[in-house]
Design a binder for this molecule. Structure first.
Ligand code: UDP
Length: 452
């Protein structure tokens, strides 16, 4: 089936607006469950599951791909790697390291992961740097510089850097490079969007970054002009993790039952922290427009609102925007609900990620991996994942999002094709195995060149 034609990516053309306005709205409200069950949310974390082995990925990426990884690792056997970041739990970077470190060790690239320490003053400064590097207003004071340098220095005294490769993640610890020994290769892995950084903070950090052998970014659009080689590594998801593994139909149904979701009607879902950048209120507005024409329910599943004052305020705005509509289900989930998120994504008819600012957008990767037709804001790394009308639909507005919801819910064959293409795109580019292969290649390239 041909996709809709539009002259503005993801938005309605005048013909589409006309077509939309002559379609008959749903005249009587669809039958709804009398009273939805209050969601029952798991209160304690589940037992941790063991890490997968490389061979476990054969069924997904093929035996030849795994052989290729082992072949690349041959020349690196016995080499040592140290990864350093700023947190052991929470956040996408820690999740990725948790999955990648055991796989590198399995191919005998001995990889160790260290976490920097610091007081509240340090993490306040680095949080401000993190936001400023992604475009927030900020004035860099001498005190902030001193706190940053002191804690980087204290960490460089505490952590040994005797490995062949040192990989420093993100803008909290880059000044550790001051203690570099010239025989080791140092890489800076930047996970954030540096396309429009606060100038003061960037000019303060750039001289440290240029002491590395290479810098890695998550998207072409996130990079800076630097005097060192830069590489593109997309973030990745683990297809065998609790969040992404295949689930039996019964487990999906159980989660929907616990959350009071009616599986006999279409389900539109957005999974995201309650953050204005994810535009949850815009999703509700789009849903309300689309639901005038197509029967559906909306699930907004998020978390982090309880320990983040801004998150709590956004969650309140979201609840207010629902106007007690029983077809809008808001789930405030604790961080250990990976399996529940997996089930919700798999139960969905459509997935939305209507962000107005975004990093890479791993929720989009997760949705595409589950072969779900996905509608997402054309920001951050999302256009790397969603090729408009091929692997999903990109939108720029509430109206565009409403239109695409309506279109995909009424064109299931086209929606299914998008989902299928999306999964293939993730398989090629955004899986953990792709990432391991890229690291091995980079280590080999760095070994074959002189250290700085
Ligand atoms: N996520 C989660 N629980 C929630 C909301 C989000 O586990 O309540 C997960 C989501 O599945 C994804 C990650 O958190 O794996 C969010 O990553 P993304 O890059 O989409 O956005 P970020 O929150 O990092 O801005």
């Amino acid at each position: 089936m041909e996709p809709v034609e539009s002259n503005t990516v993801g938005e309605m053309t005048p013909q589409e607006v006309a077509q939309a306005s002559v379609s008959t709205p749903v005249s009587t409200p669809p039958a709804r469950p009398e009273r939805r069950k209050k969601p029952r949310i798991r209160e304690i974390p589940p037992e941790p599951v063991p890490s997968p082995h490389l061979d476990d990925y054969k069924d997904i990426v093929g035996a030849a791909y795994i052989d290729e990884i082992r072949f690349l690792a041959e020349a690196l056997k016995g080499k040592t790697v140290k990864m350093v970041n700023s947190t052991a739990v929470g956040g996408g970077v820690a999740e990725m390291l948790n999955q990648m470190v055991p796989l590198l060790n399995e191919v005998e690239v001995k990889t160790h992961w260290d976490v920097i320490t610091g007081g509240n003053d340090f993490f306040e400064v680095t949080k401000a740097f993190h936001n400023a590097l992604q475009g927030s207003d900020y004035h860099l004071t001498q005190q902030a510089r001193d706190i940053f340098l002191m804690h980087n220095h204290l960490n460089s005294q505490r952590i040994q850097f005797n490995e062949d490769f040192i990989v420093i993640h993100d803008p909290q610890p880059p000044a550790l490079v001051q203690s570099r020994d010239e025989s080791r290769r140092w890489v800076w892995r930047c996970h954030i969007d540096l396309s429009n950084p606060n100038r003061e903070v960037w000019e303060f950090l750039a001289p440290f970054i240029e002491r590395y052998d290479a810098a890695i970014f998550s998207s072409q659009s996130f990079t800076r002009q630097l005097a060192i080689p830069q590489y593109l590594f997309y973030p990745c998801i683990d297809p065998l993790s609790e969040k992404n593994k295949e689930l039996e139909a019964g487990s999906i149904q159980k989660v929907c039952d616990e959350f009071g979701i009616d599986r006999s009607r279409p389900i539109v879902t957005q999974v995201s922290r309650f953050d204005r950048a994810k535009d949850p209120v815009g999703v509700i507005q789009a849903f309300k427009q689309a639901r005038k024409y197509v029967d559906c329910q909306l699930v907004l599943a998020g978390g982090g609102a309880t320990d983040d004052p801004e998150g709590a305020a956004v969650l309140k705005e979201v609840r207010d925007a629902t106007d007690d509509d029983p077809d809008i289900i808001i789930l405030d989930l604790p961080p250990w609900c990976a399996l529940e998120i997996n089930a919700l994504q798999r139960a969905s008819t459509l997935i939305v990620q209507k962000s107005i600012r975004e990093g890479f957008g791993l929720t989009v990767t997760e949705a595409l991996w589950k072969a779900k037709p996905t509608i997402a804001g054309a920001v951050g790394g999302i256009p790397n994942q969603i090729i408009h009308k091929l692997t999903g639909m990109l939108v720029h507005s509430v109206d565009g999002c409403a239109y695409q919801m309506r279109y995909l819910l009424t064109h299931p064959d086209f929606a299914q094709q998008l989902g299928h293409n999306g999964r293939e795109h993730v398989k090629e580019n955004f899986l953990m195995t792709t990432n391991v292969r890229r690291w091995l290649l980079l280590f080999r390239i760095l070994l074959s060149s002189q250290p700085k």
